[in-house]
Design a protein around this ligand. Structure first.
Ligand SMILES: [Mn+2]
Length: 240
């Protein structure tokens, strides 16, 4: 049986070319042997539409396309940095969009997949802003703008988000225990996998008497990592 691999928060950006190289190598090597690759959000640091001609974006889309064509099923969930994937991206990559949350069975274990930002319910300002800018008419209006305007707006929001991140207490930006418990309860336990917080770990939660695991994926700012699921369970693998 070929394994299932999961990554998130690769945050691909031309400012980190060595991480882009590492991710492209991961797609050519480790991911080739996988039955399924789940990308749980924030694959790109910024996605202003499928028509961005950035060489990095096209290289990654084509590498995902080759991976899909070689027989690995690729699923992409939107993150808070890249929630504007459209038909162009999906056709070129052969990937399928994965709703957030998605619950499925992974190697026999019922598992809930999320990006993770919706679990950070103590960050009230962020949740309010998220509801505002994810309205369908806002997204449609944004995508109708000329590309340079979208790039400028995207950069503005990225800078703003980095400023807020520095000014907000780390506890506020982590997931809330109540939101984790509610998600596990709503989806029938016992395992949740998410990214977003960049705090890789495996936490144990007891929810309504059920022992649950919460696996947090790591980011790819300084090194790469992924989770691998097979019949023996989940393992975290670090890339050099
Ligand atoms: Mn995120």
């Amino acid at each position: 049986m070929r394994p299932t691999l999961l990554v998130s928060d690769v945050h691909l950006s031309p400012v980190r070319p060595e991480m882009a190289e590492l991710f492209l190598r991961f797609l050519e090597r480790e991911a080739r042997g996988a039955a399924t690759l789940y990308i749980l959000g924030d694959l790109f640091d910024m996605w202003i539409g499928d028509d961005d001609p950035l060489p990095l974006n096209t290289a990654v889309m084509d590498a995902l396309g080759r991976l899909s064509a070689a027989g690995t099923a690729v699923y992409v969930m939107c993150g808070n940095r890249d929630f504007l994937f459209g038909g162009g991206f999906l056709r070129r990559t052969g990937a399928r969009l994965l709703p957030d949350p998605t619950s499925l069975e992974m190697d026999g274990v019922p598992t809930l997949l999320m990006h993770g930002d919706t679990l950070c319910t103590d960050d009230i300002a962020y949740q309010r802003a998220r509801r505002r800018y994810r309205r369908p008419w806002v997204l449609r209006g944004f995508l109708a703008l000329p590309r340079p305007a979208r790039v400028a707006i995207g950069r503005h929001f990225r800078r703003k988000s980095e400023r807020t991140k520095r000014a907000t207490a780390p506890r506020i930006m982590d997931v809330s225990a109540a939101a984790v418990e509610a998600a596990l309860r709503a989806h029938g336990y016992p395992r949740l996998i998410h990214g977003h917080t960049h705090r890789p770990a495996c936490h144990l939660h007891v929810v309504d008497g059920h022992r649950c695991e919460r696996w947090v994926l790591g980011d790819w700012y300084e090194r790469g990592s992924y989770l691998r699921s097979d019949a023996s369970g989940l393992t975290r693998v670090a890339l050099a």
